[in-house]
Design a protein around this ligand. Sequence first.
Ligand code: SAM
Length: 289
Amino acid sequence: MNDKRLYSPKYVREILDRYGFKFSKSLGQNFLIDGNIVRKISQEGGITKDDYVLEIGPGIGTLTEELALNAKKVVSVEIDKNLLPILDKTMSSYDNVEIVHGDILKVDINKLIDEKLNGGPVKVVANLPYYVTTPIIAKLIEEDLNIESIIVMIQKEVADRMVASASTKQYGSLTIFVNFYANPEILITVPKTVFMPRPKVDSAVVKLNIRENDHQVDKKTFFKVVRTAFNQRRKTILNSLSSRELGLDKEDVKKILDECDISQKERAENLKIEDFIKISKTLPSLDIY
Ligand code: SAM
């Protein structure tokens, strides 16, 4: 193990200068420079010596190093080839770390878990590039991978939307999407000052505890209903669901809402995930699909 830990701002600068590394804004490169935060992500994320960890975007390896010290094995997928020689050096004394060059959105994660992470279950840990937070999380939770939990640093505002309660401004289709697959919790909130360079917004570390999907509803129908309902969140649910996208007129929607015991005057933001499930399950019985 290296005596110097990678989260020291002075050391980060030194490494970046030595390799002539330039931050890429378009790849969302904001590196952690705070030991407390790095430790908290691992600790509060519950990483132990039994864990197989998939990391997305190791950067120069700051969080990777902490994970290496606490987990059984870490596989980190990094898109930027300019970081590979740096990671080669910074991770050289950790024999439980493997770096994979690639775009996480294109990588066959199932294969990677099978071949490099003992088949799982794995814990995903990442300080995510903000420009692709939602597609990455969507890929991780939709693909039915052997993932136990996802511990990610994301924009605070997005984290608030994930954990929002019904009838609040933050509550919306993202809340429903995430809660359909997982139980989300905010572990810590993180100020801009712990990154180099500093991002414009504050961040939060969220843990998504993946749960068995036992909703028994057609996902395509369900998410179409949710999206349609929240597209016009100011309208009553009767009006927002009476739409060409769903192929429903007002009479159809009235019948569905009656059957589900949901008031026609409710708005999408007041409906719980169970209500949307009920509505989606009622749709096929009307022979409209
Ligand atoms: N983990 C490091 C840290 O905390 O200091 C770096 C975090 S930085 C916010 C995001 C990292 O993800 C960068 O290293 C960036 O190059 C990488 N990245 C961006 N898009 C990616 C993608 N599609 N697949 C894999 N890595 C990606």
